[in-house]
Design a protein around this ligand. Structure first.
Ligand code: UDP
Length: 376
């Protein structure tokens, strides 16, 4: 089974699946292909799960665009997939690496399994280009591993045959539980938490393409003012390496009291930080799945979400792109701590931590492989 991945969330979510395939060495041989889309963020994640790349395409370029990157990835993946001669290709989610992996495999008539299938925001411009990427992958894939029953319904409505859809949960839950239980936070992470001196920690992540520019500046200005007017709040922002994000983050928040702009954190550290958080504000997709697992309240900094399950579970609130609404929701969360208390009881809509096992079981079934019992 060839696994194509290129970005941090793909590494996080495919790592448990790769580990499950490795544990079943009688039946499967995973071959991991990294496109290098976000190489710096992927490597530490794979190290954490003791996974090495069999092929590292190293395709990242300065100022890459979705088109330039996808074109490079398509061209580079074809010969590698030909050499590997896999029985199946797995891709995850909605990145340009995932589209390129699925499309290159399709051209070679290798069936594609799509992990995290069936998410839809219903708006091709949000998130961009991911919403279109995931729709394209649906058309190219033979098997669809959906996190939730709602995702399955989206695919059925688009005419995807029922027998090709498997509701498996999302392996992000597996990844989170594995790392939380096994890896201690680093000294650097402990220093970040200690620097907050018991204040309420607001964890921020923000980098999405459709937020860059005025919208991002609006969110950051609201946060700067909110921190300034609440002396018991500390903002911790692991700043994404994207140059556009760095410039605006340092421009608006640089040198502000009780604001820590830090480098992206290793996954275990990030989880440890979130566990100490009073509130999260983020435009990430993965964090919408992690928040219910960790029982933490989340303000979603997006126009729309393809993960309504987190909102229905009462964990997440959708901000939209309005600064005024963001300010209101922050003040509400500050004034009323019932939101945080209620969260501890939520049932995680994204699974129990057995998704990798369920995906590999389904994969074995469609490939006609019988599984032996293994201690994973
Ligand atoms: N994350 C991390 N370190 C950080 C910030 C985020 O490990 O400093 C993790 C986070 O837990 C989540 C993922 O990175 O699982 C989110 O990645 P990103 O926002 O790049 O992508 P998305 O989730 O939107 O696809």
């Amino acid at each position: 089974v060839a696994i194509v991945l290129g970005t941090r969330p793909e590494a996080i979510k495919l790592a448990p699946v790769i580990r499950e395939l490795l544990a079943r060495s009688q039946e499967f041989r995973p071959v991991v292909i990294g496109t290098g889309q976000h190489a710096d963020l992927v490597r530490p994640m794979l190290d954490l799960f003791q996974i090495s790349l069999d092929y590292d395409l190293g395709l990242m370029q300065p100022r890459q665009t979705p088109t330039s990157f996808t074109a490079l990835a398509l061209a580079a993946l074809e010969p590698v997939l030909q050499t590997v001669a896999a029985d199946a290709v797995l891709v995850q989610g909605d990145t340009c690496s995932a589209v390129a992996g699925a499309w290159a495999a399709f051209h070679l008539r290798i069936p594609v399994g799509h992990v995290e299938a069936g998410l839809r925001s219903g708006d091709a411009a949000n998130p961009f280009p991911e919403e279109m990427n995931r729709r394209l992958i649906t058309r190219l894939a033979s098997w669809h591993f959906c996190p939730t029953a709602g995702n399955r319904r989206h695919l059925l409505a688009e005419g995807v045959p029922d027998q090709t859809i498997f509701v498996t949960g999302n392996p992000v839950v597996d990844a989170l539980l594995t790392i939380r239980n096994r890896v201690l936070p680093s000294e650097r992470c402990q220093q970040i938490i200690q620097a907050a001196q018991g204040r309420r920690i607001l964890v921020l992540t923000l980098h999405r393409r459709e937020n860059q520019g005025d919208i991002m500046a609006g969110y950051l200005t609201v946060l700067r003012d909110f921190v300034a007017s609440h002396a018991d709040v500390e903002l911790v922002f692991p700043v994404h390496p994207s140059p556009a994000v760095r410039a605006i983050a340092h421009g608006i928040l640089g040198g502000t009291a009780r604001v820590q702009l830090v480098e992206p954190l290793p996954y275990a550290d990030f989880l440890a930080l979130v566990q100490e958080a009073w509130l999260i504000a983020s435009d990430s997709g993965g964090i919408q799945e992690e928040a219910p697992t960790l029982g933490k309240p989340l303000l979603v900094l997006r126009q729309t979400t393809e993960r309504p399950e987190a909102i229905r579970a009462g964990v997440a609130r959708l901000v939209g792109q309005s600064s005024a609404r963001f300010r209101t929701l922050l003040e509400q969360a500050y004034a009323d701590d019932r939101w945080t208390c209620h969260l501890r009881q939520v049932v995680n809509p994204f699974g129990k931590g057995d998704s990798a096992q369920r995906i590999v079981t389904a994969l074995a079934r469609v490939l006609g492989v019988s599984l032996h019992k293994v201690a994973v």
